[in-house]
Design a protein. Sequence first.
Lengths: 143, 143
Amino acid sequence: MSDCELCREPGGLVVHRAAEWRVVRVADPDFPGFYRVIWNAHVAEFSDLDRAARQRCMEAVAAVEGALREALAPAKINLASLGNVVPHLHWHVIARFDWDSRFPQPVWAAARRTVEPPAEARLALSLAALDARVAGAAGAAGP
Amino acid sequence: MSDCELCREPGGLVVHRAAEWRVVRVADPDFPGFYRVIWNAHVAEFSDLDRAARQRCMEAVAAVEGALREALAPAKINLASLGNVVPHLHWHVIARFDWDSRFPQPVWAAARRTVEPPAEARLALSLAALDARVAGAAGAAGP
């Protein structure tokens, strides 16, 4: 699908690439622990995958979630597959903190506060170290 | 968890109850095709479930999604597990339409337009009929 952004482009900084999906980090200063699991083939909806593929997809999502929980001890993990603008299956996996700019609202709501110092500086580890943790978990989730 | 809203209350109009999860319809006039798959036991995060339970949970979500796609032919399905306010695992399954009040933004963004006639009147079938379709699909998804 040459007109699909996620068919043409990685969709973020690629931290792990598997046969059927990839994990990218989203560059969002408000949400440094924000990754996406993107299904490589062009399908729009989760239910376009068959049962076994759905399971493989969600095990990748759960692996990223698990890495974020272990590395960051966030207040909550947010998972979402929306795709209204880019209808190519991708799962947002976002670590949320009670100090973040929207908490407890979804990341798509209006900002409630300004975060000083920047959110990234509040993480327990560097983004490079976090990427490595996420990549390790993703690599263990499937081929 | 007596202090948890989704342990105390159904969380919406119950359209199907399975052993491990239930499906409720959310009363939101802007989004009439809005259901939740709520895990009955109190867990906060998707990755608190083991692999097999995650699969059963997501097959319920996929069943609701499939019923909404078949009944409503929406522009997109949105799936989300957030739980920042109520940290008890529940999946939002929302049919989105290009005419809805927020499209293509997430349902949690600010309204972009007023929908006249009301959104419910634009669906291809009544909410009671939609509930029945969703309940049928959910019932086929697991015990």
